[in-house]
Design a protein around this ligand. Structure first.
Ligand code: FAD
Length: 417
């Protein structure tokens, strides 16, 4: 009998709620029993993890962040992050794409519920989200989140170049989104775009819209190939919107709310980290099993008695514990209008997870040795997948460093003039 993996965050030690224990357990059991074995094929063929999504739907996890009053699991920010990390342990590409899907519910659910809205705006928001949540829960609809465009918009420095022209009956969307995970596989693309009233209007960040574009709408196309270093199962090809008409009810949020959420709820950008937190744990877990001679399908050769191996594992454990502790603190204190200290810590946590996941994976390969980097084992995939974390906008490792340095030395609005 194979031993079941233990929780990444022991419920007693980390003081998890019942819901957190339930959802993280469901995710881990699914990951261990189903996703782990499929990950190699998705990676090798760079194909979307369709079977995993069927399992996620059957386990009720497509609605993990849909509020309970709509029939979902009602996971808050922290509960979602802990759940997604358990998925990332077994298939990074599934966890990362799942994040794009879940964001459509987390942003419109838990986050939006904590933002101030006039009654009329709140009612408008209720009508939109009811429509999207019903699709997810009743039809198993999957949402993607095309954000990046290859310019400064995804980094948060410029308005999105993808535009939504307001007409009497709805929106006409035009633009190009690069690295659109789930492209060709999602049922809806939750596109970030700039509202304009006339075709030649200059877009503004304040007028960012979040609109679901059906995959089969006229004018939607997926172009280019997808043959990257890592996270290959995300199938993040380029999306083109050419005069795509979308009725008003496809909005995911009323006008102005996305901009307000991005300003007031900065931790929303941390949702890319759990995939990589899971990968860091997986690289560490693999190394321990390998050195103990417990890898399934390999001769039970132990390597744990060598002091150099013990030292390397100690180094990995230090890094993993530091990363988990900082990440856990940061996801625990996430809230609207966090303190400056909490924001600086969020950037620190983001940087730490993304860089340490790769550092732990490379230490794992060095420590386990040549056989561990064969493609028959998961470590080389973890190594490649882990390298992608620092590249994810808007909080890339570089931008986190920029923000941290500037944020530490300057108060809001301060200049040297
Ligand atoms: C596996 C994977 C899946 C992805 N999935 C999605 C997805 O589903 N949806 C989505 O929208 N995006 C997705 N992305 C895209 C990701 O967030 C980046 O936008 C993408 O990697 C493209 O980056 P780029 O090289 O064009 O960035 P560039 O804009 O060229 O930036 C390159 C680097 O320069 C730095 N930089 C950028 N702007 C500034 C600035 N103004 N000041 C200082 N430094 C700056 C940043 O560190 C950045 O990493 C995914 C990326 C990967 C790797």
């Amino acid at each position: 009998m194979t031993n079941k993996d233990i929780a990444m965050f022991n419920p007693t030690d980390w003081n998890l709620t019942e819901k957190q224990v339930d959802l993280t357990t469901r995710a881990r059991e699914l990951g261990e029993s189903k996703f782990a074995a499929r990950a190699e094929k998705y990676d090798r063929e760079a194909i979307f993890p369709t079977e995993n999504y069927v399992d996620l739907r059957d386990a009720g996890l497509l609605g993990v962040c849909i509020p309970e009053q709509f029939g979902g699991c009602g996971a808050d920010f922290k509960t979602y992050m802990l759940t997604a990390a358990e998925i990332g342990r077994y298939c990074g590409a599934t966890a990362l794409t799942f994040n794009m899907h879940v964001s459509s519910c987390l942003w419109t659910g838990f986050l939006a519920d904590q933002l101030p809205m006039e009654d009329e705006l709140r009612a408008e928001h209720e009508s939109y989200r009811k429509h999207h949540y019903a699709r997810i829960l009743n039809e198993g609809a999957i949402y993607a989140q095309p954000f990046s465009e290859g310019g400064a918009a995804a980094a948060g420095f410029k308005a999105f170049g993808t535009t939504a022209l307001r007409t009497e009956k709805g929106w006409i969307i035009n633009g190009k989104k690069i690295f659109a995970s789930l492209s060709g596989h999602a049922d809806y693309y939750g596109a970030l775009c700039s509202e304009i009233q006339t075709p030649d209007e200059e877009p503004s960040r304040r007028h960012t819209m979040y609109i679901a574009v059906p995959n089969d709408a006229e004018g939607v196309s997926v172009v280019g190939d997808w043959d990257p270093l890592g996270m290959r199962g995300t199938v993040s090809r380029t999306l083109i919107f050419k005069d795509v008409f979308v009725p008003f009810e496809e909005q995911l949020m009323p006008r102005g709310i996305y901009f307000s959420a991005a300003q007031k709820w900065p931790h929303m950008f941390m949702t890319l980290t759990p995939s990589y937190m899971g990968i860091a744990q997986a690289a560490y877990d693999f190394t321990v099993k390998y050195l103990r001679g417990e890898i399934e399908g390999m001769p039970p050769v132990k390597r744990r008695m060598f002091p150099t191996k013990q030292l390397a594992v100690a180094q990995m454990r230090l890094m993993l514990e530091q990363t988990k502790a900082l990440w856990f603190q940061s996801i625990s204190e996430a809230r609207p209008e966090p303190s400056k200290d909490a924001i600086l810590r969020a950037w620190t946590a983001q940087y730490t997870v993304m860089e340490n996941a790769n550092e732990i994976a490379q230490l794992a390969i060095r420590t386990c040795g040549g056989q561990s980097m064969l493609r028959s084992l998961p470590l080389e995939r973890l190594y490649r997948d882990s390298r992608c974390g620092s590249l994810m906008l808007p909080w890339t490792a570089e931008l986190c460093m920029d923000k941290l340095g500037k944020g530490t030395l300057y108060e809001d609005g301060e200049t040297d003039d």
